[in-house]
Ligand binder design. Structure first.
Ligand code: AP5
Length: 212
């Protein structure tokens, strides 16, 4: 299975761009954040474990995440390509992914956005309670305030998008990121993407990079 991993800070646009690639290039989008949020909604043992970490902006332990990822990969249908969004987040996760026989990471796209823009993107993000579609109060407002364009569901703030938790998520990201970037740079798989600009322009650039 050919995998492209998306690296980048919280709010750098990984989820937004992955969803567009699903439509345009028929990639499969696997977001570990979504898998964990679904587990929390189902109140499963994984969800109960993950919630305490996610609410504080901390990472879920590597052992749990690596087990979850391997199980999820084994259940995927056979597809052209997979975008892995939110994994790896640590060096041990990257190494575990490289030793997984069913997966071959051919590219790692690093979404680069200045920190001040990340905070504005995250604290203004609103997601649909029904379908999970993402909006932004200022940058990507819905047609009707507080309602999802796709299903008219109520728009809410993600619990981990409050000011205090965003600060912690960013701190953790910057602690881990250099080692991850170096891991993929050393093995000639890293693609740096300037992820500041319009969603459409970034999508076009990214599509070109992934097809070259
Ligand atoms: P996860 O759900 O993966 O969150 P994240 O990495 O923090 O990423 P986000 O979803 O916040 O941001 P994004 O880059 O997808 O940005 P988006 O496109 O939404 O993880 C959540 C938690 O789960 C973690 O904190 C951790 O606890 C746990 N977890 C998950 N994976 C784990 C792992 N492997 N190991 C351990 N723990 C794990 O965009 C953000 C906003 O900006 C939106 O409002 C959007 O509309 C707007 N926007 C997007 N692009 C643009 C643009 N070009 N211009 C203007 N606005 C834009």
């Amino acid at each position: 299975m050919d995998i492209t991993v998306f690296l980048g800070a919280p709010g750098s646009g990984k989820g937004t761009q992955a969803k567009l690639l699903v439509e345009s290039l028929k990639f499969l989008h696997l977001s570990t954040g979504d898998v964990l949020r679904n587990a929390i909604a189902a109140n499963s043992p994984l969800g109960r474990e993950a919630k305490s970490f996610m609410d504080r902006g901390e990472l879920v332990p590597d052992r749990t995440m690596i087990g979850l990822l391997v199980d999820t990969l084994h259940q995927l249908p056979s597809v052209n390509g997979v975008v892995l969004d939110g994994f790896p987040r640590t060096q041990p996760q990257a190494e575990a992914l490289d030793t997984e026989p069913s997966a071959k990471v051919s590219k790692a796209v690093y979404f680069e956005v200045p920190q001040r823009d990340l905070i504005a993107r995250l604290t203004g993000r609103r997601i649909c309670k029904n379908c999970g579609e993402s909006f932004h109060e200022v940058l990507l407002p819905p047609k009707i305030a507080g309602r999802c364009d796709k299903c008219s569901g109520e728009l809410i703030q993600r619990p981990d998008d409050s000011d205090a938790v965003v600060q912690r998520r960013l701190e953790i990201f910057f602690e881990q990121n250099d080692k991850l970037v170096e891991h993929y740079e050393r093995t000639n798989r890293l693609i740096r993407l300037d992820a500041l600009g319009s969603v459409d322009v970034i999508h076009q650039t990214l599509s070109r990079l992934l097809q070259s």
